[in-house]
Design a protein around this ligand. Structure first.
Ligand code: NAP
Length: 290
């Protein structure tokens, strides 16, 4: 079994980005600038945004965090997005999800200018992804593809089973893995909560990508010997032995599954750091596209 190391792979990507930023600044241009809109006080969302700001600083990007009160109306948030759409100093921005229940997330995603949509969530960017046109591929699926590419994992002709059909992970990774690219050219099955015979399906997977948000759902008896397993899941569970009071648990029972795999990711140091590096790649792209 070999661990697919997202930490070292993401470091490599950040080093490449740093070099590009140095060249941009040496040409006398301003560095790429990412803005993050954070609504309310959700602990996990605050952490994610703090990481994004730290990442920007590390590679030499400018960053701005816009903190908005939990009680902000949808209209006020849409006005803020309109401002960001027209702000010449900002190349790309994200609105950290989830949003408070009184705000319709779809309306927010639809309001973001596709050229600044570095999360790759808006219809134009998703459509371009499906058509294989230049776009911002959303960070997690892009990070998974980079991890496969940089570790030279063979995907052509393989059976790839994707567990989960969310708009931000399951659906785009299924599209990417089935495209005529490398990595890609896999035969993809996308499964969800209504799929029958899930165990048999998973057992037929050469590559198993799991994004369901159910802790340690994939057990050893669901994994084929020699499979490549990518665990996207990341659920916080209380843990009093940790300073933070919680630990992240994946969707795969790593301890028992790992010995059956040729390659596997671990919940920390796997897909998470690759997702963060991909957002930086998209922001650099947004700067280059201006
Ligand atoms: P989501 O929107 O929560 O959707 C979950 C998907 O899993 C749905 O399609 C659901 O099916 C399916 N599902 C749920 N239970 C299932 C079961 N028992 N069998 C088969 N399918 C099942 O998913 P998400 O936003 O993609 O997140 C998934 C996980 O990935 C979460 O733990 C999240 O925290 C993590 N995540 C991690 C990163 C990272 O950077 N590491 C990034 C994004 C997400 P239905 O459609 O039928 O309901």
């Amino acid at each position: 079994m070999q661990l697919l190391d997202g930490t070292s792979c993401s470091k490599e990507i950040r080093e490449e980005i740093k070099k590009d930023v140095n060249s941009i600044v040496a040409r006398g241009e301003r560095p790429p600038h990412l803005a993050a809109v954070l609504v309310g006080n959700d602990g996990a969302s605050q952490n994610y945004v703090a990481f994004k700001v730290k990442d920007c600083k590390e590679v030499g990007f400018d960053s701005t965090t816009i903190r908005l009160d939990e009680t902000i109306t949808e209209k006020e948030l849409l006005n803020k997005i309109e401002e960001l759409n027209h702000d010449e100093k900002i190349d790309g921005f994200i609105v950290q999800l989830p949003l408070p229940k009184h705000i319709n997330e779809n309306n927010v995603i639809l309001a973001i200018n596709s050229k600044k949509d570095v999360d790759g969530f808006c219809p134009e960017n998703v459509g371009n992804l499906v058509l294989g046109l230049p776009t911002y591929i959303s960070a997690t699926p892009n990070g998974i593809m980079e991890l496969l590419r940089r570790n030279k994992i063979e995907t052509e002709g393989k059976h790839c089973v994707v567990l989960g059909r969310s708009n931000i992970v399951g659906t785009p990774i299924a599209v990417l893995m089935s495209r005529n690219t490398a990595p890609g050219n896999a035969t993809v099955t996308m499964a969800h909560s209504r799929t029958k015979n899930l165990k048999e399906l998973c057992l037929s997977a050469d590559i198993l990508i799991v994004a369901i948000g159910k802790t340690e759902f994939v057990k050893a008896d669901m994994v084929k010997l020699g499979a490549v397993v990518i665990d996207v899941g990341q659920t916080r569970v209380p843990d009093s032995s940790k300073k933070t009071g919680f630990r992240n648990v994946g969707d795969v029972d790593f301890g028992n599954v790992k010995d059956k795999c040729s390659y596997i990711t671990y919940v920390t140091g796997g897909v998470g750091p690759m997702t963060r590096a991909s957002l930086l790649q998209n922001t650099l792209k947004a700067h280059q596209r201006r």
